[in-house]
Write a protein that binds this ligand. Structure first.
Ligand code: NAD
Ligand code: ZN
Length: 377
């Protein structure tokens, strides 16, 4: 089959690789209909991680069950399914507590499993024609038959769940004010989730004009940080700090602004949010890793003002999103017409166009904010 294979910094190729097959009775093989490119793929693509050439990328996958192992009872060949990006067992203590991003079975230290991701287990990605899904009764979320809401449901695999998770970590309640740093797909989904949860005002900070416009289209207030200190711009509109804050940027802000001056969005958030407020951090921070490049961002050597955080009595939730936890109720919001997360999808392309799409997404080009690859096209 054809698959998107990492070949080294700034290079992916579409190559012929072996077809996946059932390896355990609890597996299924899914024929992929939609698979999205994610900002998280760029960490590997840009060569900032220990990712070795040869990895098949793709953790935002949906499709149709092609073949099911003998122990699978929840889905059958022909069923339409979406796979939350966390590969998880469903039965370890963390999965039982619905913390599927910290499954202890698939990646024993509890660092979580994912399709096509360095350090997150041996699972191949789904930017391909087919994908093996382990523990399929847990990792396949059944969807209504047909092709309706295809791109909406595709967002359940990661970014809708992750955006929602950010609002959950921050504890966004009706009537609150929320600042979201980052207007990439994850920030858009966090802002959208805050709106769905009844936030009174949502500020979205970025400097990319077309991304700020998109945030405005869902009812958020765009804040262009290239026009001045974003915390001051938000205070000017809001009077005091916001109740809640979300980081949908991660360490990339430090990379963009140079290794010598780590400008952490976390520090902006500590300034933006009022004392005793709360932060939801879903933007990625890399842990130290001897296999990764020796720079401050890739080794997690970043300066966070813990004193300010403490002084303001803030709370913070972090980590990969437990995407399986949210998939059932977010699917229902889509099915009922209450949520249309596909507003963030900017382009559909055949799998063969992945190399060009990666390069353009990496440059934050307009029209390439959220690309969904269609292997059958
Ligand atoms: P993206 O790179 O498309 O978006 C990031 C945005 O942040 C860009 O628009 C960029 O212009 C903006 N930005 C950069 N510096 C900024 C600053 N100082 N202030 C405000 N905005 C700034 O990526 P994405 O796909 O939206 O993902 C965002 C982050 O979320 C990534 O780190 C990704 O790895 C992470 N992520 C985490 C999870 C999770 O489970 N926690 C899941 C998916 C993605
Ligand atoms: Zn993703």
């Amino acid at each position: 089959m054809k698959a998107v294979v990492y070949r080294g910094p700034q290079r992916v190729d579409v190559e012929e690789v072996g077809d996946p097959r059932i390896e355990s009775p609890t597996d299924v093989v899914v024929r992929i209909t939609s698979t999205a490119i994610c900002g998280s793929d760029l960490h590997m693509y840009e060569g900032r991680t220990a990712a070795e050439p040869g990895i098949v990328f793709g953790h935002e996958n949906m499709g149709t069950v092609e073949e099911a192992g003998t122990a699978v009872t929840g889905v059958r060949p022909g069923d339409r399914v979406v796979m939350p990006f966390n590969v998880a067992c469903g039965f370890c203590p963390n999965c039982r507590a619905r913390k599927s991003a910290f499954c202890l079975t698939v990646n024993p230290p509890g660092a979580g499993g994912a399709y096509g991701y360095v350090g997150m287990g041996p699972y191949k990605g789904g930017q391909a024609e087919y994908l093996r899904v382990p523990f399929a009764d847990y990792n396949c979320v059944p969807l209504p038959a047909g092709s309706e809401h295809e791109n909406d449901f595709a967002m359940l695999a990661d970014i809708f769940a992750t955006g929602y998770h950010a609002t959950e970590l921050a504890g966004v309640s009706p009537g609150e004010t929320v600042a979201v740093y980052g207007a990439g797909p994850v920030g858009q989904m966090a802002a959208y989730s805050a709106v769905l949860r009844g936030a009174a005002s949502v500020y979205v900070v970025d400097k990319v004009a077309h991304r700020l416009e998109l945030a405005k289209s869902i009812g958020a207030v765009p804040i262009d940080y290239s026009q001045g200190d974003p915390t001051e711009q938000i205070r000017d509109r809001n009077g005091g700090g916001t109740d809640k804050g979300i980081d949908a940027v991660g360490y990339q802000a430090t990379v963009a602004q140079g290794e010598e001056q780590p400008a952490l969005v976390l520090n902006n958030l500590v300034e933006t949010v009022r004392a005793t407020g709360a932060l939801g951090i879903v933007g990625l921070y890399l842990p130290s890793d001897p296999g990764a490049p020796d720079d401050n961002a890739a080794q997690g050597r970043l300066l966070f003002d813990v004193g300010k955080f403490f002084e303001k009595g803030l709370r913070m939730g972090t980590g990969q999103a437990d995407s399986r936890m949210y998939s059932d109720h977010l699917r229902e919001l889509i099915t009922s017409g209450r949520a249309q997360p596909s507003f963030v999808v900017s382009k559909e392309l055949p799998l063969r166009d992945a190399p060009d799409a990666y390069a353009r997404f990496d440059r934050r080009e307009e029209g390439y904010s959220k690309v969904v690859l269609k292997p059958a096209a």
